[in-house]
Design a protein around this ligand. Structure first.
Ligand SMILES: [Fe+2]
Length: 500
């Protein structure tokens, strides 16, 4: 077993390590996705348009599901696999930017996942807008050597072109939906239709060539729709589609209640994590109730709920009437890293800092962002914190034990404290900070930069789950972009979930 970021600085990927071999997997020319480019922002406008003029996702999703049912997909949307009692599967979230940090995950993923029965992509398969044309470089090429089927649930980005690309690739080559009747002039729906980005016609030859990369019979997977259940060995895995705005429609909600019945142990996979960044987000169901009413219900036998969307790893073991449900964030599978050092000491649903786990650990997250800002703003000497300094200042400001046992004590200077404060470490609700640089979600995407500023360690991760009739072992593996961790991906977190 190789060192993880919990053990050593080298295990975290810091230092002058040999760069990974992943670059040989990348296409010769990588179109760099820039979230600063107004064209990218304009292309990804449907989320904003939906929040202004009403969200049409539920209706569009119903139409897709009806089209799949008409094409012969099973009405209960259950994929019945013939896996033995003991099998493994992989989960990888928020994969598709098609750049270094996506490809850097691939060698370790192939190594750890070579004998797994299948993989599930937990949301945001394709950035920025889920286009069919992007599936070559962001899905088929990176995972061409993954020998088993890959299932997926869509994230908000996959919905920016009405899910057309996702439906073609994962749902039996579903043809585009027929156009809808024109809405009444000047109604909300009319305004929405005016501003809405519509799917572009796919480049068919490009798609055919891309598909050839994953054409082996053992790699094929056909889903009944964007949400589904998989019966595999002793468990049921349920994937839900939380659309553009992180909610689910009434029809899907009724289905979820239905497939959640019964004694079979269950694992939920969702694009909207239920616990994230120290907060509870129960995920509303249209017409009433929440997804997190369904998950803890003892009649449903859920043991874990895994969500993508936020690009790091977090785990919250929540006690529900004497049972523990593992709530996991696993969105670190490729796209740009979201900070963990901005997460205040955890206290939610009786989960405290002692039980909470995350990757990257907070000190490494702060060191990563200090370097990024130093390079971006050309103020390296001011901003850059060594991983030892970052770890020490995070421990001081958050009142948590240091990430790694420090070999030599470090003096936390005023500069170190100032940088930590500017980058949002140790923000306390009772002491709102004055100035803070953006380090989370959309802003990190705005800063999501050229490879000149974004280099290893990338702090990416993926999951492997080993299932037996007695227990599920869940492990989070790291990908740093360095050769050492490609050859032996370190385990950053591990938990065994009893099934009886
Ligand atoms: Fe994402």
């Amino acid at each position: 077993m190789s060192d993880s970021s919990r053990d050593t600085v080298e295990g975290a990927g810091w230092g002058t390590a040999e760069r990974g071999a992943y670059r040989q997997l990348m296409p010769g020319r990588v179109e760099k996705l820039s979230w600063l480019d107004p064209r990218t922002l304009w292309a990804a406008r449907n989320g904003v348009v939906a929040s202004w003029f009403g969200d049409p996702t539920g209706r569009t999703r119903s139409r897709w599901v009806a089209a799949r049912a008409a094409a012969g997909a099973p009405a209960d949307k259950v994929i019945r696999r013939a896996d033995p009692d003991r099998f493994s599967f992989m989960v990888i979230g928020d994969t598709g930017e098609g750049d270094d940090s996506q490809y850097a995950v691939v060698p370790g993923f192939l190594k750890v996942g070579q004998d797994a029965a299948f993989a599930v992509i937990a949301s945001d398969v394709i950035y920025p807008v889920g286009s069919t044309d992007d599936y070559g470089t962001k899905f088929f090429r990176p995972y061409q050597d993954y020998p088993a089927p890959i299932y997926a649930i869509p994230g908000n980005h996959d919905w920016y072109e009405d899910l057309g690309g996702f439906m073609r690739v994962f749902c039996g080559d579903a043809p585009p939906l027929p156009p809808e009747p024109k809405p009444r002039s000047l109604s909300r729906a009319w305004w929405r239709a005016l501003l809405w980005r519509r799917p572009r016609p796919a480049d068919e030859q490009r798609l055919t060539e891309a598909r050839a990369l994953r054409s082996a019979p053992a790699q094929q997977a056909v889903q009944p729709g964007p949400y589904w259940a998989i019966d595999a060995g002793p468990i049921r895995i349920i994937g839900i589609d939380t659309g553009l705005l992180g909610t689910i429609d009434a029809e899907q909600g009724a289905w979820l209640r239905e497939v959640s019945q019964g004694p079979r142990p269950k694992i939920l996979i969702t694009g909207s994590p239920l616990y994230v960044d120290g907060e509870h987000h129960p995920c509303a169901i249209e017409g009433g109730g929440t997804v997190d009413d369904i998950v803890p219900d003892p009649a449903h036998h859920y043991v874990a709920a895994i969500g993508g969307d936020i690009h790091n790893y977090q785990r919250y073991p929540v006690d529900v009437d004497g049972r523990t449900i593992q709530y996991v964030v696993s969105g670190g599978g490729g796209a740009f890293m979201h900070a963990t050092h901005t997460i205040a000491p955890v206290s939610v649903a009786n989960v405290t800092e002692q039980d909470f786990r995350c990757y990257p650990r907070r000190g490494d997250s702060l060191a990563f962002y200090s370097r990024l800002y130093g390079r971006r703003l050309r103020l390296r000497r001011f901003f850059t914190l060594t991983e030892v300094e970052a770890t020490a200042v995070v421990a001081e400001r958050l009142g948590i034990p240091p990430t790694r046992t420090q070999s030599s004590p470090v003096r936390v200077t005023r500069r170190i404290r100032l940088v930590a404060s500017l980058l949002g470490a140790g923000r306390r609700p009772d002491r709102p900070s004055r100035i803070r640089f953006p380090v989370r979600k959309i802003y990190t995407q705005l800063f999501s930069p050229s490879s000149a500023t974004y280099s290893p360690p990338f702090f990416k991760s993926f999951l492997r789950l080993d299932v037996t009739p007695e227990a599920v072992r869940l492990r989070c593996f790291a990908a740093t972009g360095n050769r050492a961790q490609e050859l032996q991906p370190p385990v950053e977190d591990e938990v065994t979930i009893p099934l009886r």
